[in-house]
Design a protein around this ligand. Sequence first.
Ligand SMILES: Cc1cc2nc3c(=O)[nH]c(=O)nc-3n(C[C@H](O)[C@H](O)[C@H](O)COP(=O)(O)OP(=O)(O)OC[C@H]3O[C@@H](n4cnc5c(N)ncnc54)[C@H](O)[C@@H]3O)c2cc1C
Length: 383
Amino acid sequence: MRIGIIGTGVAGSLLAEALLGAPGIEVAAFDRIAPGEHAEAGTGLNVGPNAMKALRLHMPARHAALREASLPWQRWFVDLTDGARLFDLDLLEVAEEPGIRIRWSELYRLLRAPSAGCTRHGHVLEALEEDAAGRLVPVFRTPGGLTRHGGFDLLVGADGRYSRLRALACGEPEGTPLGVCIWRLLVTEAADCPHDDYGQWFQGNARLLSFRVPGGAVYIAGTFPLFGADTIPEAMKTAAAQRALFTPAGAAPCPSVAWMLHQVEAQLAEIHWARSATAPLLRHDVSGRALFLGDAAQAMVPTLGQGATQAVECGVVAAQVLRRGGGARDVAAARDARVTFVRDFSLEASDTLVPGCDVVAGTRAKMRPEFLDKLRRTYTEVA
Ligand SMILES: Cc1cc2nc3c(=O)[nH]c(=O)nc-3n(C[C@H](O)[C@H](O)[C@H](O)COP(=O)(O)OP(=O)(O)OC[C@H]3O[C@@H](n4cnc5c(N)ncnc54)[C@H](O)[C@@H]3O)c2cc1C
């Protein structure tokens, strides 16, 4: 069976590694990036304990490599911007092992290294054709012009949120915006940062999120409601506007918030601004010749840090299914109920980011057994 993988991000690189050398499978991967280019991902991310469990069970060498290059994500606390504590959780109460905090570029470097030998770089998927046997033939734009590498029995779209393969095979998905802006910043000189593990600070429905990552750096992400605007107002992209947004009324910000606001002021030009949106889950095309993994199948809100985490599960589980001789429909059977649960739970957990929700009551509700039970299922129910 000839399998082509478009995109060697999180899901694609794990799938490629796990299929290398599988009897009866020939695997080829393609990515638009140049070899060794991981620079587009300059920030940090937290990867959930469920991704680490999937790797521990099925790809222990990758589990060990990620553990070594990361800090453990074991705590999740939520404060108001004046420092009043609402929520404090030791993740080991609901998980079998900590998650990780890692630099994005480091995650990509470690995941891509094992499959570099079967990856063609500088290949941008452009179009889709069919060969005489009815197999899909991807057409790539390369520095030398349009290029084809023959037909594939299965073509895997692991090419992220704006998947070209999904658009070509099934049409452009319609995204549903959450109605919030999310910005991110990596502070590389952060010795004086007062916090370490994963914290969130709310001012109304606006929220700062931050944690240390290896190499003395700290990742900061800010979220605020857009109140129906379909673009991010330029007036919000100033240090003064962000300071006003995250400063408590009639009180000084706590030391962590004061530190983050200072970083925003000092590094405003480095901030990456985006809007949070989801796309409908789609695992494969009608023929079963195109399979979608990670964000290409299931772009979800980032609230619980499950985007890359679910992409890890996707790569690991799809590899198990394909190695056993299964196809796209079998991957759907193994993944879709789980993804639907996690996607819906991530959306439910986003309540406090949306205007109209009382942040104090909404956050305290997350210490109740119903929420913690869903978190436990998210972190442990790994195939
Ligand atoms: C602001 C923000 C913060 C986030 N924080 C977290 C977090 O803390 N924790 C978490 O778990 N998730 C987080 N996520 C989500 C996470 O980044 C994604 O869910 C994850 O990267 C998806 O992995 P993937 O393998 O599906 O795709 P990606 O990792 O996006 O990889 C896609 C690959 O496809 C390649 N590609 C794309 N188009 C083409 C093409 N046409 N031809 C060839 N190659 C192509 C790209 O170069 C890339 O290598 C965050 C996302 C954002 C935007």
